[in-house]
Write a protein that binds this ligand. Structure first.
Ligand SMILES: Cc1cc2nc3c(=O)[nH]c(=O)nc-3n(C[C@H](O)[C@H](O)[C@H](O)COP(=O)(O)OP(=O)(O)OC[C@H]3O[C@@H](n4cnc5c(N)ncnc54)[C@H](O)[C@@H]3O)c2cc1C
Length: 435
């Protein structure tokens, strides 16, 4: 009886063992299968992800190539010299500021420009013996194919010298130019522009009429459908100086990626915070630190000298590298691009250079601390025409009879061979100028 029991027990435990072994094998098999399936799924997911990333990269490259091709095509459809444009609309924007809508008189297509670039006008101002050359930034999107738009502020007499006449070119635009008039215009140009093939986040910083290139950049982002993040700070005194107010508000309302921050430094009683403007005070580095999630942006600035100086200094102190800070000077009163001061050995060399103004019959020793030939000539009583004083408009061009010059900043336009833009260069060796 005991032996039978033992046998039965042996059989039962033998069966259990076989069952346990079988079960373990089955479980192992299942685990292995699950792992394999999981691995395969992971592989497929990783491959898909890789393909998606590669596809996105390809798409971005394709988009960039398309933009570059379009830019190259458009560069070819530009024009040389002057082209006639009709003023099809003159729209008062705010106090002393008008927007001018220009269409080519020949009816042919408009070349697209880069947002931030400007037009150069040759103006026949009554009472002047020579045409006046002035530059004005394009203020609308380059995607706008129908017209070019510039927005011009009448420059008043300096507050400390009210006896002086107001700005000649801007007064001509404000007081004389009317719808139907024809103007002589050079093709869009300029090195200060937003690269539309890039998608990195940007900060636009505008003071007063310096908004014009920034508005073009923001409009370009919106019109291209890009989701590029743009923080747009605009500082003015109050609503009376709030250029293109409605357009800015529409731009921000319709584009989540454009974050508009309007700062009024002297709001009037009628100006409503939260409606007309967002911040009381100036656009300064403290405001940027308060609003921006980090300093990791590319910055574009345009405004008065004080505006640009305080912001470029502030950005530098905040650790923003110079290479991502771009700015446009609207004239001599605005901050100059950082140019390296002459080294001690350069100073010694510069101090030995003779500059001859042939027409004025004057030869003088170059002053190493002089900013440029134009300023130096003025100090010597030699008259040279000037316009933008930033190497853009070409008004200060002078023929070089002998010698060479060094450019302190690459001019936007190329001076004709044998001449120089005196506002942005200094002599390299003994120089004879036709001035
Ligand atoms: C690339 C670029 C883009 C620009 N874009 C814009 C833009 O979009 N919108 C815009 O409004 N401006 C823009 N400007 C500025 C514009 O080109 C002109 O500089 C501006 O309109 C003033 O020119 P003006 O002829 O009216 O003044 P100017 O005649 O050059 O006079 C300038 C100032 O000097 C004073 N003045 C007159 N006579 C004398 C004297 N004898 N001594 C001392 N001072 C005197 C005038 O009262 C005035 O305040 C841009 C400039 C550049 C370089």
């Amino acid at each position: 009886m005991n032996a039978t029991l033992i046998d039965s027990l042996r059989q039962v435990s033998g069966d259990s063992l076989s069952f346990a072994v079988g079960f373990a094998l089955l479980a192992g098999l299942l685990a292995w299968l699950t792992l394999e399936i999981f691995r395969s799924l992971l592989r497929v997911w990783a491959e898909n992800r890789q393909q998606r990333v590669a596809l996105e990269k390809l798409r971005a490259q394709l988009a960039e190539t398309k933009i570059r091709c379009r830019e190259a095509e458009q560069a070819q459809t530009g024009w040389n010299g002057l082209r006639k444009f009709s003023v099809v609309k003159k729209n008062p924007e705010c106090e002393d500021v008008n927007a001018f809508y220009l269409k080519p008189h020949d009816g042919r297509p408009l070349p697209q420009f880069k947002p931030g670039q400007y037009l150069t006008f040759q103006l026949d101002v009554p009472g002047r013996d020579k045409p006046l050359i002035r530059c004005y930034s394009l203020s609308d999107s380059p995607h706008q194919k129908e017209y070019y738009r510039v927005t011009i502020k009448k420059e008043k007499s300096p507050p400390d010298k009210p006896e002086l006449p107001p700005g000649a070119g801007s007064s001509f635009f404000t007081d004389v130019v009317k719808e139907g008039d024809i103007l002589n215009v050079k093709a869009p140009t300029g090195h200060f522009f937003l690269d539309m093939a890039k998608s990195n986040p940007i900060v636009l910083l505008a003071g007063g009429v310096g908004i014009t290139p920034m508005l073009s950049m923001a409009n370009a982002i919106a019109a291209s459908g890009s989701k590029r993040e743009a923080y747009f700070f605009f500082g003015v005194r109050n609503v009376r100086e709030h250029i293109h107010k409605a357009e800015l508000e529409k731009l921000a309302a319709e584009n989540d990626n454009i974050h508009l921050h309007i700062a009024y430094s002297k709001p009037s009683d009628k100006d409503v915070k939260g409606k007309d403007f967002h911040h009381e005070g100036r656009v300064g580095i403290e405001l940027l630190k308060e609003i921006l999630p980090s300093n990791n942006f590319e910055y574009y600035l345009c405004g008065s000298g004080a505006f640009m100086k305080s912001l470029t200094d502030g950005l530098e102190a905040w650790g923003v590298p110079d290479s991502v800070v771009h700015f446009e000077a609207f004239g001599p009163a605005t901050v100059k691009k950082k140019t390296a001061a002459p080294t001690p050995s350069e100073t010694v060399h510069l101090a030995k250079i003779n500059v001859t103004f042939a027409r004025s019959n004057k030869t003088v020793r170059w002053e190493p601390s002089a900013e440029n030939i134009l300023e130096f000539a003025k100090a010597q009583g030699v008259k040279i025409d000037s316009g933008c004083c930033a190497g853009s408009c070409g008004s200060c061009v002078v023929a070089i009879k002998s010698g060479d010059v060094d450019y302190l900043k690459k001019p936007d336009a190329t001076p004709e061979a044998g001449s120089c833009f005196t506002c942005v260069c200094r002599p390299k060796n003994d120089l004879v100028l036709d001035a």
